[in-house]
Design a protein around this ligand. Structure first.
Ligand code: S3P
Length: 435
């Protein structure tokens, strides 16, 4: 699909985004590990979550979807069956890394692969700790997918200090811990998203080198009813557009306000955007609420350190915001951004540059000098959903025509992105969508 637009004057209105991707993956995985019926409402409609669902079905889990509710009939952690063919995680790092934690403890051999992009992403970060636990995993060059996971003697617990904050690595180890003899302890240097711990109700303690979470194989995952909060990482695109387009006010209804995910809202406030948070409540252990953002003058900010994991997926759209903020915005300590669905440092820098922005690449981030002006350009999505969506937002605020080829990459996390966007644009100028 090609998305082409000659800017927009403003956006207005309230919207609902589909369920949070990270929470949706976990609701499916934990329901499959439980014995009994679980129900998931508001699951993410994105391709990544579909990948998790189809891998679990291949492992023999009974999953049905009807009327917006996904029903999972789990039979417990030992009831998975050997898949007939290789599992395919598609574009989804979360599927591959979390599922491998479960597969490492199984008594049968499996193999898991992914699309061209996922097959390039580093898996050593999970293979190292899982191997330390006794797992037998063989990968391709440089420890990338496809991964072959052989049945191991019983896994044993380890104490693992994560070398970098990663919720996927943390969750993979905790899931393997369900199959391990003794205690499995993960220690995080900086807190990353904690949906796994919340859903499994794992207690965190403060250890000498960071936050510690412990699990043992006695832990029984229980069936549950999940009501997934809206994905703040999807809502972020419209909230960013609301902050940079004059006369705009947009409200995201019912999005996750889990503090490990709300760094983007903090940045909007630091930049001077008007942010209003209302109707805060808690559903199934996860806070959520309505967030309204209105346009105002923005100023540059410094982002780094412990803030990074709380907004890692929003950094591309923050790069766009920064172009419309007065002064300099510097993103540092985000080296892992190079290892996402694309090298997002390169993708942001190249596309901002193509749009006439002033941007400088750093090894672990980028620096944007806000000029308040971008010009339309042909965007390279780098086959990355968040780059396609972030630069669609840039195109709304740019002068002239912006073209997003392969805009369908948005479907990985947010298939409804363009439809909801068109409904929010007030005085849209010319737009076209071609297959
Ligand atoms: C995710 C964790 C993050 C994030 C990804 C989803 C998760 O990745 O970027 O989109 O659901 O656990 P890392 O764990 O690699 O930081």
């Amino acid at each position: 699909m090609i998305y082409e637009r000659r800017g927009a004057s403003s956006i207005q209105g309230a919207f609902t985004v589909p369920g949070d991707k990270s929470i949706s993956h976990r609701a499916l995985l934990f329901s499959s590990l439980a014995k009994g019926k679980s129900e998931i409402k508001g699951i993410s409609s994105g391709g990544d979550v579909k990948s998790t669902m189809s891998c679990l079905k291949q492992l023999g889990v009974k999953i049905d979807q009807a009327g917006g509710v996904v029903t999972v009939r789990g039979e417990g952690k030992w009831a998975f069956s050997r898949p007939e063919s290789m599992l395919d995680a598609g574009n989804s790092g979360t599927t591959m890394r979390l599922l491998t934690g479960i597969l490492a403890g199984q008594k049968f051999e499996t193999a898991i692969t992914g699309d061209e992009t996922l097959r390039k992403r580093p898996m050593q970060r999970i293979v190292a700790p899982l191997s330390e636990m006794g797992a037998k995993i063989v990968g391709s060059d440089n420890m990338t997918a496809p991964l072959r996971i052989f049945p191991a003697e019983r896994l044993h617990g380890i104490r693992y200090e994560l070398p970098l904050p990663s919720a996927q690595v943390k969750s993979s180890i905790l899931l393997a811990g369900l199959f391990a003899h003794g205690e499995t302890i993960v220690v995080e240097p900086v807190e990353s998203r904690d949906h796994t711990e919340r859903m499994l109700r794992l207690r965190k303690t403060k250890g000498p080198s960071g936050l510690e979470t412990t699990i043992t194989s006695d832990y029984e995952v229980m069936p549950a009813e999940y009501d997934v909060a809206g994905d703040i990482s999807s809502a972020a695109f419209y909230l960013a557009a609301g902050a940079i387009l004059p006369n705009s006010t947009v409200t995201a209804r019912g999005i996750t306000l889990n503090p490990t995910r709300t760094g983007f809202l903090d940045v909007l406030e630091l930049m001077g955007a008007k942010v209003k948070i209302e109707n805060v409540r808690e559903v199934a252990g996860e806070p959520l609420g309505d967030v309204t953002v209105s346009h105002s003058e923005l100023k540059g900010v410094e982002i780094g350190g412990e803030m990074i994991p709380r907004l890692i997926d929003e950094l591309p759209v923050i790069g766009v915001l920064a172009s419309f903020a007065k002064g300099e915005t510097a993103i540092r300590d985000a080296h892992d951004l190079r290892r996402k669905e694309s090298d997002r440092i390169v993708a942001v820098v190249d596309n901002l540059d193509a749009m006439g922005g002033e941007v400088q690449e750093l090894d672990d981030g980028f620096v944007v000098n806000g000029t308040g002006h971008l010009v339309g350009a042909e965007i390279d999505t780098y086959k990355d959903h968040r780059i396609a969506m972030a630069f669609t937002v840039a195109g709304l605020a740019a002068e002239g025509v912006t073209t997003i080829r392969n805009a369908e990459w948005a479907q990985i996390s947010f298939p409804e992105f363009y439809e909801i966007l068109e409904g929010l644009i007030v005085q849209g100028r010319k737009t076209s969508m071609a297959k």
